[in-house]
Design a protein around this ligand. Structure first.
Ligand code: PSU
Ligand code: MN
Length: 311
């Protein structure tokens, strides 16, 4: 977006000074989502993890831009006060793309999902984005139609997203089919297997493998020349020795799905409910894995952003 266009929306979209400077000078920037902080991780660990994610991006040589709405203003890059609001305030709503303008117009606080973070990052010209695990097609979606807006948004947003595959609570096979239909390019980072978030391998292959940030940067350059309009998903697995025990994972997941059903949990509450169930039922093991996932993805996204601007 041009400086004039950014000025025009300055009342609604505010860039942190270091993010604005990096974008102006063509430096590496990594967008970070905030729903993982507000709704994905338990308090008070979430605030410490949010800071660690930003530190991981900085250590790898890029500028972190955590995205959220605070008092109705979209913030691209949060100061310490704003980060604390996102991590601690009960007034923060999970804001997907459909919710953004409502929260904005009403002056509310909103945490952005993968979908809304990708849209806002692209709006201001950020090309690289890190998350934990993408949303996707939920189990039973044939009946409920519960498919994350992450998918359809990535179909029309030309950004590079680093994630540990999609959340393992989903129907992974169906999600991969939808990603193919929606023209989202999927590459495995250092693997031929599609990661399963808490698990290193979801049981499905990836169409392409890369082994270095420079390889991703070469693909990004080709995408630009070819006019790619959908996202590039870099699937970065947990090392197998750091994953959740698969048998325990499957057991906890079945319990969580049954509990969600019994409690009548629907719509945007399903994902936070299941993640919270995991954190409780695994006595912190899933929190440990979730934290390692997001830190590793933030660092890799930063290395990719550095490689992209170096070309
Ligand atoms: N991955 C995580 N924790 C999270 C999420 C993803 O490790 O909290 C969030 C992301 O913000 C993602 C959202 O975009 O869950 C998907 O929610 P839904 O299934 O309602 O679209
Ligand atoms: Mn949903």
């Amino acid at each position: 977006m041009s400086d004039a266009a950014l000025d025009h929306i300055a009342d609604r979209v505010r860039l942190a000074p270091d993010v604005a400077e990096a974008l102006r000078s063509g430096g590496p920037v990594v967008a970070l989502e905030s729903t993982i902080i507000s709704h994905g991780l338990p308090r008070p660990t979430n605030l410490a993890v949010a800071r660690d994610i930003e530190a991981a991006v900085r250590e790898a040589g890029a500028v972190p831009a955590t995205v959220a709405l605070v008092d109705g203003t979209v913030r691209i890059g949060l100061d310490p006060d704003a980060l604390e609001v996102v991590a601690s305030s009960d007034a923060v709503v999970k804001a997907s793309v459909r919710d953004l303008a409502v929260v904005c117009a009403r002056g509310g606080h909103g945490a952005t999902t993968v979908a809304s973070t990708a849209q806002l990052a692209a709006l201001v010209g950020i090309e690289t984005f890190a998350t934990g695990g993408l949303g996707g097609v939920h189990r039973g979606a044939g009946e409920t139609f519960d498919e994350s807006a992450d998918l359809v948004t990535l179909a029309s947003t030309a950004i590079t997203v680093v994630s540990a595959g999609v959340k393992s609570i989903l129907d992974v096979a169906a999600t991969l089919e939808r990603l193919e239909t929606l023209n989202v390019t999927v590459v495995g980072y250092g693997t031929d297997r599609f990661p399963g978030f808490y698990l290193a391998d979801s049981g499905h292959p990836v169409p392409h493998r890369v082994d270095a940030p420079e390889e991703v940067a070469a693909i990004v350059a080709a995408r630009r020349d070819l006019g790619a309009r959908a996202a590039l998903l870099v699937a970065n697995p947990l090392p197998v020795e750091r994953q959740l025990d698969p048998a325990r994972h499957d057991r906890v997941l079945l319990e969580g799905l049954a509990a969600a059903d019994a409690a009548g949990v629907r719509g945007k509450d399903v994902t936070p409910f299941l993640l919270a169930h995991f954190h409780e039922a695994t006595e912190g093991e899933s929190l440990r894995a979730n934290t390692e996932i997001i830190l590793a993805n933030a660092a890799l996204a930063a290395r990719i952003a550095v490689a992209v601007v170096a070309r």
